[in-house]
Design a protein around this ligand. Structure first.
Ligand SMILES: [Zn+2]
Length: 291
């Protein structure tokens, strides 16, 4: 599991296991075309069920939103059955009280686990990650958001029980720029850093087109909401512990830790990811967000 601790930390076996690795799935050598066309383009990439075994309709992979932009399907904590009692200590308090900070960085991870190839398997993995991160005393799931190979975005860390993830207010609110809940995914660099984890092991196989599309769209939404330039870099300053570092605004976990995360198959595309995010931003309204 790849979060606060390095990728091979204790507890990884809880969500690993060769029996669940799907080595027979197709692996692609290069990234495919830019998917900007919404439902039609997504349906095209599914190739008659090459990846999904024909069990999930392409239309479920995205939701048409305002402005004609398709956004990933989003499942909040109640929808995947997050047991909120797990976050609570016996006296009803929490280890990590919800606190929010201005967004400075976006960090990409992978779960370094078996790879879920259906919604049921994704929910099973979410539950496993949740339990494991509680056991590691992260107080909750370490990541803000997780994305499965079907391109569905799942709410990770609790952000106050609102209908939208990550932020303290919906981006359409004019009073202040949305701030991100403090999480636990990048040791020493958490406050003001949004963590997105691709579900699976991307040292073992390539990222699916659907996950790639959901990842870049989600990052582009965050950039549109917060004004972050995905092609830029800036001095990160942790408002809690004072740690500082000049960092890309969109970075792989390995940039700031001794880890392979988010896996070689994702890292090799990172410049392309930033470019495609930048190309998407103009089409997204600043008020648009997952909900
Ligand atoms: Zn990581």
């Amino acid at each position: 599991m790849c979060t606060e601790h390095h990728a091979k930390g204790p507890g990884r076996a809880a969500v690993s296991g060769a029996a669940r690795l799907d080595g027979g799935r197709p692996v692609r050598a290069t990234r495919r075309r830019f998917l900007a066309g919404g439902l039609g383009a997504i349906a095209g990439t599914l190739g008659g069920g090459l990846l999904l075994g024909g069990t999930v309709a392409a239309e479920e992979a995205s939701v048409e939103r305002s402005g004609g932009v398709s956004l990933p399907s989003y499942h909040n904590r109640p929808s995947w059955g997050a047991d909120e009692a797990l976050r609570l200590k016996q006296d009803g308090t929490v280890d990590y009280p919800v606190s929010f900070f201005p967004v400075q960085k976006i960090t990409v991870h992978h779960t370094a686990s078996w790879t879920p190839w259906s919604e049921d398997e994704s929910v099973e993995l979410l539950q496993a990650v949740y339990r494991e991160h509680i056991a590691q005393e992260f107080g909750d799931i370490g990541y803000h958001l997780l994305i499965d190979p079907l391109g569905t975005v799942y709410e990770g860390r609790y952000s106050g029980g609102t209908s939208f993830p990550v932020y303290d207010n919906y981006p359409s609110e004019p009073a202040w720029a949305p701030q991100a809940v403090n999480a636990a995914h990048t040791f020493q660099y958490n406050a003001g850093n949004i963590g997105i984890s691709i579900m699976g092991d991307y040292d073992a196989h390539d990222i699916s087109d659907e996950a790639w599309w959901a990842l870049k769209t989600t990052i582009a939404l965050i950039c549109a909401n917060t004004g972050i330039d995905p092609l830029g870099e800036s001095l990160y300053t942790n408002p809690i512990n004072g740690v500082e570092a000049m960092l890309p605004n969109v970075l792989p976990h390995r940039t700031v830790a001794g880890t392979d995360c988010p896996g070689a198959y994702i890292v090799q595309y990172f410049d392309q990811l930033r470019d495609e995010v930048a190309a998407l931003i103009p089409a997204l309204g600043t008020a648009t967000w997952l909900a």
